[in-house]
Design a protein around this ligand. Structure first.
Ligand SMILES: Nc1ncnc2c1ncn2[C@@H]1O[C@H](COP(=O)(O)OP(=O)(O)OP(=O)(O)O)[C@@H](O)[C@H]1O
Ligand SMILES: [Zn+2]
Length: 643
């Protein structure tokens, strides 16, 4: 019946490939530890050193360090029950809990350090107050053997390193992969004839993104056509979006659609290894891909090596990251695309990426992948229940309605949990109540809240409806194309308006309309809730820019007059600034315009409150409204060019 999937496992190979032809049969590998004996010894050493490090940290738990003065006081007041000393450092336990003098939590366990010059009568104080004393000598005696080992360790390490380096040189650039991992080249996994490859049919809810990747598929299918035209593919595609939105799935589907091999690696795996390996791993990976091109190379978590320089500390050290990254960029610069290897990378953190990555010829196409909206969720649920027998009356649309904010991975997990529940209950089919119970379980077990609180969704719906409705009502404004309360990046919602045709000059009426539309989110919150939240920062930035332009550059204010009141860049370079009086006037005029617009925005929303309510309700229901639907719900005529 159902086919529950086991939990995701981390594969051991440094990268995986699928669908590539099997290479000529190689003799069965000799049994030896991965990476050879050198690697084994090295690994043992590393483990030993790490263990020591961990142990040395472990000792001093989290009891607060108190001053020796405080300690003496506690002894004198008879509040110390026992101590343990090693040389002059003392750990102890209090009878009664004490307030931390530094304002931390109260404590009963503590550590302190007795100054070497202390000439108090600690011993007699302790015995007088009945403190149990345990002590240990400072210098631990070690056996001869362990002393020897410890003093030899650095030497050993050097020898092992030397051997490894020598081997690496001997086997040429390709052979560097095997320090800790495998030594033989990656073995592409032959596609089992019975196993269906991932295609776009396995992906749902992100149709726009699929559309963007169609030409990549086309290129991979017919590289010769492109070559004949001398056309170049974009260097690489970067999929940016929150975890679990299907980035990996999508990359795999592109390979499946095109029928080409798929190589995947996680950038963090490149640099988790010992220094110096990342770059050669990359080289090998691309070499393999080129052998079977056209192919796709997928690099997950590219941000772990591609974060902007100087931003935070990554794994594996700075140089290692940079070298690995540079290698990837070199490989990408290296193909003219005609070699037929397309690189798809994924990240959850497009905001911290090194700009070098998105330069032309590299990941010059950034496609953002968002969590699905209601209908997308329903489609995803359909996909993930394909193999699950559903009882009559199971309503996936209803499940989709109750799961706003959940990603494809969350939904796949939900379907799987429901199937597991049904198996446990010895049912033959999954019922609606299995699904709701699974939902509860999935939400409780989640580290992050999967679902935005209702009141926040409602507020967002009103905010976006405010933008949209005012956008529809201003004569000459750009038509509203799409409204959504599916969070994207840092925005809780988005209202998109674009002109019917390119515009080169703007009227004052149009600009005021833009300001009114941008203030619409705030105004709606004001009208509906009486208070305004912080969600309007970007809106206000936009408003200020337009208002400043109107007043100071485009001569739309009587008081400032028809002159360009702010110095342009060239004038600024000569140290020219606006006169202080002028700045005040500009400021005053900007305020006047924005205040007028805000009043107008609130007035219009009050006048059309029922339209605002209708839009917000539709958004809460559907999460996304396309142009036609939005105008219909708002009952607003589509102004501007006849649609
Ligand atoms: N849009 C979708 N349609 C169908 N299934 C999806 C979708 N998104 C995610 N899934 C399911 O969730 C699983 C995990 O998604 P995937 O690993 O592709 O997400 P990701 O965006 O790459 O996440 P991460 O950033 O954590 O790597 C997929 O294998 C698939 O089963
Ligand atoms: Zn807004």
């Amino acid at each position: 019946m159902s086919n529950p999937v086991p939990p995701r496992q981390k594969p051991e190979q440094p990268w995986r490939s699928e669908g590539a032809p099997e290479p000529a049969p190689t003799p069965p590998p000799k049994r030896r530890p991965p990476g050879g004996w050198g690697g084994l010894v090295l690994a043992a050493l590393v483990v030993y050193l790490l263990a020591n490090l961990v142990l040395s940290f472990f000792g001093d738990g989290d009891e607060p360090t108190i001053s020796y003065t405080e300690f003496s006081k506690q002894v004198d007041s008879g509040n110390v029950s026992k101590i343990y000393s090693k040389g002059d450092s003392i750990q102890g336990q209090l009878k009664k809990e004490q307030k931390d003098p530094d304002g931390g939590d109260s404590y009963t366990k503590f550590t302190t350090q007795r100054p070497e010059f202390a000439d108090d009568k600690l011993w007699s104080d302790l015995t007088e107050h009945d403190v149990t004393v345990t002590a240990e000598p400072v210098v631990q005696e070690r056996s001869f053997l362990s002393n020897l080992l410890i003093s030899l360790a650095p030497m050993l390490l050097l020898v092992v390193l030397w051997i490894l380096i020598a081997r690496r040189m001997a086997s040429g650039m390709g052979g560097a992969g095997g320090m800790l991992g495998r030594k033989q080249p990656p073995k592409p996994v032959e596609l089992e004839p019975g196993k269906k490859r991932t295609t776009f049919a396995d992906v749902a809810g992100i149709d726009e993104v699929e559309g963007e990747l169609n030409d990549v598929v086309d290129f991979l299918k017919n590289p010769d056509d492109y070559r004949a035209m001398g056309a170049r593919m974009p260097g690489g595609v970067l999929l940016a979006g929150p975890p679990g939105t299907g980035k990996t799935l999508l990359a795999r589907a592109v390979a499946g659609e095109a029928g080409v091999p798929f190589f995947s690696a996680s950038a963090s795996e490149f640099i988790e290894m010992i220094v110096g390996v990342g770059a050669s791993r990359v080289r090998e990976l691309f070499a393999e891909a080129r052998k079977v091109a056209p192919a796709i190379v997928f690099i997950d978590e590219i941000d772990t090596i591609g974060r902007a320089r100087g931003g935070g500390s990554g794994m594996g050290g700075h140089d290692e990251r940079e070298q690995t990254l540079n290698q990837i960029l070199t490989e990408m610069d290296g193909f003219s695309g005609s070699e037929g290897v397309v690189v798809i990378a994924a990240t959850n953190r497009a905001d911290i990426l090194d700009p070098a990555l998105t330069r032309p010829g590299r990941f010059d196409r950034v496609v953002s992948v968002s969590p699905p909206d209601r209908s997308g969720r329903e489609a995803i649920l359909k996909i993930h229940t394909r193999a699950i027998p559903l009882a009559d009356g199971v309503d996936l649309a209803q499940v989709a309605r109750t799961t706003p904010g959940m990603t494809g991975a969350d939904l796949a997990n939900l379907a799987n949990e429901a199937a597991l529940l049904a198996v446990k209950r010895k049912q033959r089919q999954v019922t609606q109540s299995d699904l709701s119970e699974a939902l509860e379980k999935v939400q409780l077990g989640a580290e992050r809240p999967l679902v935005m609180p209702d009141d926040e969704r409602r507020r967002t719906a009103y905010h976006e409806s405010g933008h949209a409705l005012l956008g529809m009502l201003q004569p000459g404004a750009d038509p509203v194309r799409k409204i959504t309360i599916v969070p994207r990046g840092r925005a809780l919602g988005v209202t998109l308006s674009t002109p019917d045709a390119d515009k080169y000059a703007y009227t004052e009426e149009y600009l005021r309309g833009r300001i009114i539309g941008a203030l619409g989110g705030m105004a709606a919150e004001h009208v509906v809730y009486g208070v305004v939240t912080t969600g309007a920062e970007n809106d206000l930035e936009q408003v200020s820019n337009i208002a400043r332009g109107m007043v100071a550059r485009w001569g739309m204010s009587e008081r400032v007059g028809r002159l360009s009141a702010l110095p342009n860049d060239a004038q600024q370079a000569y140290g020219l600034a606006a006169a202080p009086g002028t700045l005040d006037t500009i400021d005053g005029e900007m305020r006047r315009i924005v205040d007028e617009c805000y009043e107008s925005a609130c007035r219009q929303l009050r006048d059309h409150r029922e339209r605002l309510d209708a839009l917000a309700a539709a958004l809460l229901r559907n999460e996304t409204l396309e142009e036609a639907e939005a105008y219909r719900v708002a009952g607003a005529p589509r102004l501007g060019k006849e649609a």
